[in-house]
Design a protein around this ligand. Sequence first.
Ligand SMILES: C[S@@+](CC[C@H](N)C(=O)[O-])C[C@H]1O[C@@H](n2cnc3c(N)ncnc32)[C@H](O)[C@@H]1O
Length: 368
Amino acid sequence: MAAQTQTIQVPNDAELMQAQADLWRHSLYYLTSMGLRCAVELGIPTTIHGLGGAATVPDLMAALSLPENKLPFFRRLMRVLATARVFASADGGETERFRLTPLSRILVDGVVADEHHSQRCFVLGTTSRHYVDAAFALSEWFKKDLASPVPSPFEDLHGARLFDESTPLLDPELDATVNEGLAAHDNLGIGTLFRECRDLFKGVRSLTDCCGRHGATARAIVKAYPHIKCTVLDLPRLVDHAPRDGVVNYVAGDAFQCTIPPAQAVMLKLVLHHLSDDDCVKILAQCKKAIPSRKEGGKLIVIDILVEPSLGPVMFEAQLMMDMLMMVNTRGRQRNENDWHDLFMTAGFSDYKIVKKLGARAVFEVYL
Ligand SMILES: C[S@@+](CC[C@H](N)C(=O)[O-])C[C@H]1O[C@@H](n2cnc3c(N)ncnc32)[C@H](O)[C@@H]1O
């Protein structure tokens, strides 16, 4: 350990006050996460939606059948969540009404509507005991000399990997929640993709969605572009439960080992950020074998997070949080453009372009 110096530069008065406020915020952000979890568990967004999109605290408490003496506490929870823009509030005081915001609208459950994918299970999964315990073990994990490939803190602590067959053995309820959360998370914004990237699927006659789960994205592509012949490749445990209605073809297999079904375009949507660089290169090299040259209209479509400080502090912080999420729970990471360039080139592709940046994500076309 470095020798300790006996002097320190003490912050000035203004810096000290700010430092203390920052210390409170950063030490206590978990209470925002748990407040959000509490809101989802109680069903507050769904209840406000049921009450017409805005409600006073007494109305909400009555609809949720909460004991009257919890009213002052509930008001404090709602105040924190409104400050975090989970809800919006109008007319402070006794008549204060809380409204849904875009964030709480995507937490409303039980609504069947195009492009609505309730993110309730994303919140429940990411704030679950298993995730939080893994984050709690971070400093111990850093100190351990673990052989490569280095397991994530989640894997090291729980002896199971997320999103594979070991998760249900660890906890079937966690497995169900994280899978539902992942599906909702990955399906969010498909309509935006079609609206913003009109040329992406233009001229594509066949497409393989590699690691495409039950085919929600592939089915949406076929709905928007009925001429595209879509195939979904995923593990047998997923494909065995996929709908057999002929809208898309399903192939069960391990993308690292099997032949990826050849197509004019192969897509990897929100797959690579779960994987280490080595595994990304392996899977990219597999995808490469499935597509024709650029001249023949072949391309790989990658849709994933593109880390960029220029997106502004809020979006950049969200991307870094997603990177920490990957570090604590998977072997993957979020990547900047240099990282993506290196992956594509190492896997043997010759060129790529960023078709569009969509919030925290980007759409890449990658060519042989
Ligand atoms: C993050 S999800 C993919 C999300 C999906 N592309 C989407 O946008 O909805 C990862 C998927 O990869 C699948 N997967 C994991 N390992 C795989 C492998 N070795 N071969 C094929 N699929 C795999 C999982 O079963 C899971 O469905």
